[in-house]
Design a protein around this ligand. Structure first.
Ligand code: BGC
Length: 732
């Protein structure tokens, strides 16, 4: 990343004054279709005006480039700015990062205080499209009020590499789960009359050497995995823009990859929006423009303003056709009209922090995963306790968040300022929501002490003197750097020491993704809290005390050991900056699928998540539907508390013809009072029954027997119901 903030100069093009538009500004008529409006506006534009819209500026100061300044009209301290065409009533694009909320760049003079959702992975762990949509609506609402009309949200890359430092911003291991959840979040963001991106297209699965690496994968396998996630999310969320990735994919940079951009996205999926580059991901003018890149973002991050004067010259000499330039601009305009940027201009207004924090807290409560609960240690009951000790993780003041461009600067400020790194990809920020304070409120009459965890001996002693010891373990992960799966700073030893003396021990994890838990069998309970967002402290305390019943389920596998199971090691580039390949040999068998295929036992399986109540599923029935298959069943809450069940449906091909023994084929999330029953029906998308055939570019369902199994995780499955399907082929 050092590279990222240190590249050459910007050239911001100013449109020359031109005569007023002809006609009656018909493109301003909301009754017309976005396509029609885009065509009309485009027809009124000069070439200079078109060229202005396809290149953006960075909207913050750039480290190492004192000569570069953000344009005056940009929202200072944000990610990007693209001028509009005022003469035609086309507003600029004001772009902010927003995986979890309105982010502020590290170099900002003043940060915009915003409310952070839990990490994207935490929201995905809720398996709850409704909260994903509401979370998106919340951050989109804040974006509007801060004057942004494009949110650089929608991270969806699959967790191929558990050590990827950005996994917390991404979609987990499964294409269906990621696609539906991220699609819902995008729809929520865009309900505010603004555009959301989806990113990073495609295979941005690790940070190490991401600017040079060539991600190699079989095309059919890619269609069945990461691209299927993108496809589903695009269908459901209809993002106005797609952001192409830094890395190469099968030889060509993602932002000049004709197959990815033109062939699959634009022609195959008929995607009508625009493709913007990641910040510093452009390497050419003609190749990128003709391969399908529509807009160069923050051009000062690249070696040249490729889509500035070089593009004007390329169009003039015919290397890029005028029609292609029109196509770029038409796509941008279309998304602007389709998403309300023209009809509902953004207006700066105060945010409602309390209401927004409530949404973030709800998301954290739904996404936290109870991994283990031996001896019914949780929920903590005030009546049964005298002394509790809370240890570590700065739980006295806040909860951790992930670093990099998505960093939200919290309302109330950083609860633990000064931690290293203080500059990119830092600062490390703890959101000011104290689990300790919330636990004290929720456990009246109980003495809840706090130790910072720096002294394991003292922690073990305090644990021995308490009824319950709760260790808050944290791991900061961030964009631009990959991570270890081992908790840092001796926290494994701290947990082991506490577990050795405590009557009851609980571990709460605030991590970007999976970590190794060598102490898992020695502690009584483990709550995976992820980065739990602005209401995180309260959410974790409510989960621990049973004010809310845990209902999250893992969207990733927690491995027992560090075996990455990949063909090319994460580290070990031949020489820095040299192109090298990462072979994604697991193909479509991402995460749990590879564990199943290889017969490896995870520590906690994909889909796993406990509750304080119990659920029972009736044997499912399966029937062929017009497209795909419908599976129906009943779920009962057989315990004594209200709770949300997440029955998961997995499909197996009896002849073993899938990339792995089984695939997630659908799920339901049912909120059930104790003692009640509800029926549910899951319709299986036919793509989940098919394999992609690259030669004919068709999805192919092989004729034969398919088994459908309901479960509480990919490794805890009920008896199968079988169905014969006949051979079918279909296009995207
Ligand atoms: C990230 C993008 C982000 C952009 C703008 C890049 O480093 O990869 O996800 O949107 O910066 O800040």
């Amino acid at each position: 990343m050092a590279v990222r903030r240190l590249l050459p100069f910007a050239l911001v093009m100013i449109a020359a004054p031109v005569p007023a538009a002809e006609g009656d500004r018909a493109w301003q008529d909301p009754a017309l279709s976005p396509d029609r409006r885009a065509a009309l506006a485009l027809a009124a534009m000069t070439r200079e005006e078109k060229l202005v819209m396809v290149i953006g500026a960075f909207a913050s100061e750039q480290v190492g480039k004192p000569e570069v300044h953000a344009p005056a009209a940009a929202r200072d301290g944000s990610a990007g700015y693209v001028p509009g065409v005022p003469r035609l009533g086309i507003p600029p694009l004001w772009e902010a990062d927003a995986a979890m909320g309105v982010a502020t760049q590290p170099t900002a003079r003043t940060a915009r205080a915003a409310i952070a959702l839990p990490s994207t992975l935490a929201t995905i762990a809720s398996w709850d499209e409704d909260i994903a949509r509401r979370g998106g609506a919340m951050i989109g609402g804040e974006a509007r009020r801060y004057g942004f009309n494009v949110l650089l949200a929608g991270g969806i890359n699959l967790t191929r590499e558990p050590r990827n430092g950005r996994n917390f911003e991404y979609g987990g291991e499964d294409p269906l789960l990621a696609g539906r959840m991220v699609g819902a979040q995008i729809a929520g963001i865009q309900s505010n009359g603004i555009v959301s991106t989806i990113k990073h297209y495609a295979l941005n699965a690790q940070q190490t050497d991401q600017f040079t690496l060539d991600a190699r994968i079989d095309r059919a396998a890619l269609r069945q995995s990461d691209l299927l996630a993108f496809q589903i999310a695009i269908e459901r969320g209809r993002p106005g823009a797609v952001m192409c990735a830094y890395n190469r994919v099968n030889g060509a940079y993602a932002c000049e990859n004709d197959w990815l951009l033109n062939h699959v996205l634009k022609r195959g999926w008929r995607y009508p929006g625009w493709v913007m580059s990641d910040w510093g991901a452009v390497h050419s003018t003609v190749a990128a423009a003709n391969a399908g890149l529509d807009q160069q973002s923050a051009a000062t991050f690249d070696a040249s303003s490729y889509f500035g004067p070089p593009l004007a010259q390329a169009v003039a000499r015919g290397a890029v056709s005028p029609a292609r330039l029109d196509d770029m601009v038409r796509r941008i305009l279309r998304s602007m009209f389709a998403n309300g940027l023209v009809d509902r201009p953004v207006a700066i207004a105060p945010i409602d922090a309390a209401a927004d924090r409530a949404v973030a807290q709800d998301a954290a409560e739904r996404g936290a995963v109870l991994l283990r609960n031996a001896r019914d240690t949780l929920p903590l009951r005030a009546a049964a306790l005298h002394r509790v000790v809370v240890i570590g993780g700065h739980a006295d003041v806040g909860v951790l968040s992930g670093g990099g461009s998505s960093q939200v600067h919290p309302v109330g400020g950083n609860a633990v300022p000064g931690l290293s790194p203080t500059s990119w990809p830092g600062p490390v920020i703890y959101l000011p929501s104290s689990p300790l304070a919330a636990l004290r409120r929720l456990l009246p009459g109980v003495r809840v002490a706090y130790l910072d965890g720096s002294d394991p001996v003292a922690a073990a002693r305090a644990a021995a003197e308490s009824d319950v010891a709760i260790v808050f373990a944290t791991q900061w992960t961030a964009e631009s750097q990959d991570t270890s799966l081992t908790l840092p700073d001796g926290q494994d030893a701290l947990i082991a020491a506490v577990a050795g003396t405590a009557r009851r021990s609980v571990v709460v994890l605030e991590t970007g993704g999976a970590v190794l838990m060598p102490w898992a069998d020695r502690v009584d309970a483990i709550l995976q809290g992820w980065y739990p967002g602005a209401g995180g402290g309260v959410a974790l305390a409510r989960l621990l005390t049973g004010a809310v019943n845990p209902s999250g389920h893992l969207p990733i596998t927690v491995p027992r050991d560090d075996a990455a199971g990949r063909c090319t090691p994460l580290h070990g580039t031949p020489a820095p900056g040299t192109a090298f390949a990462v072979d994604y040999c697991e193909g479509a068998a991402v995460g749990y699928k590879a564990f199943d295929r290889d017969g490896r036992a995870p520590l906690f399986a994909f889909g796993h998540g406990l509750s304080y109540t119990r659920f029972a599923f009736d044997a499912p029935t399966a029937a062929r539907a017009r497209r795909g298959v419908r599976v129906s069943f009943a779920v009962r809450n057989t315990g004594t508390r209200r709770g949300a069940a997440v029955p998961q449906l997995y499909v197996e091909r009896a002849d073993g013809g899938f990339e792995a023994p089984r695939r997630l084929a659908g799920w339901a999330r049912l909120d059930l009072p104790a003692g009640t029953m509800r029926r549910a029906t899951i319709t299986v998308d036919p793509r989940l029954l098919a394999s992609y055939d690259s030669a004919t570019e068709r999805w192919v369902i092989a004729g034969g027997r398919y088994r459908f199994r309901l479960g509480t995780s990919s490794r805890d499955l009920g008896p199968p119901v079988s169905l014969m399907l006949s051979a079918t082929r279909f296009a995207d």
